[in-house]
Design a protein around this ligand. Sequence first.
Ligand code: ATP
Ligand code: MG
Length: 219
Amino acid sequence: MKESEAVRILRDLLDVANLNDLQEAIFRCSWQGLSYPQMSTELGYDAGYIRVVGFQLWQALSDALGQPVTKKNLHSRFEQYAQQLAQIQPVSSAVPLNKFGQADHQDWGDRPDLTTFYGRQSELTRLQDWIQHDRCRLVGIFGIGGIGKTAIATQCAEQLQHDFQYVLWQSLRNAPPPNQFVVEAIQFLSDQQAIEQNLPPDVGGRIDHLLGYLNAQHC
Ligand SMILES: Nc1ncnc2c1ncn2[C@@H]1O[C@H](COP(=O)(O)OP(=O)(O)OP(=O)(O)O)[C@@H](O)[C@H]1O
Ligand SMILES: [Mg+2]
């Protein structure tokens, strides 16, 4: 299971309101297999404090899952829970098709949950114009903290999703190492056919590989 999927489950289980940034960072580090002293260096908090906050997190997750969750069994508990979810959730027979008449390939990662979106119509129209008509490959959205950059990007991506064969949402929050997310992106865009061992070992070579997929299909 990808870290972004695990974080999505974490947020669903604990409800975003009850989950603070430090707990989420501890979760991510634990998912990557870091020890508490390593997290202390990585996150800039005292190791003892990290241990206490981590303990509270495992406690809250144990309550939510009804089974003891620890730093060690995190992966297996989450895999197990994801399998249970897949069995419970009915598979929809109406698969949404994109404008190419294909089923959508989408990975929304840990996209923020945007239940209500107000205004910004002229900005949205401008973004859509750039992407759909001018075929802009890269759009930057800049502004002061909290002004709504992520919100408008989410809204725009949702509105344009069926114009693309592949939609991948990748957050760079907490700076995942490039090698990790480039490989995940290649695997997604190759329908899980690409094997990490067969990819070039260096990040530059892998990015070239990724660009090949991005050029070959509407992503
Ligand atoms: N148009 C909108 N309609 C409804 N809610 C919005 C809108 N724009 C922003 N928000 C809400 O305001 C809050 C801050 O927005 P957002 O996270 O998008 O800001 P940001 O510019 O990406 O911030 P940062 O610089 O910290 O990344 C979020 O809770 C978001 O859901
Ligand atoms: Mg943002």
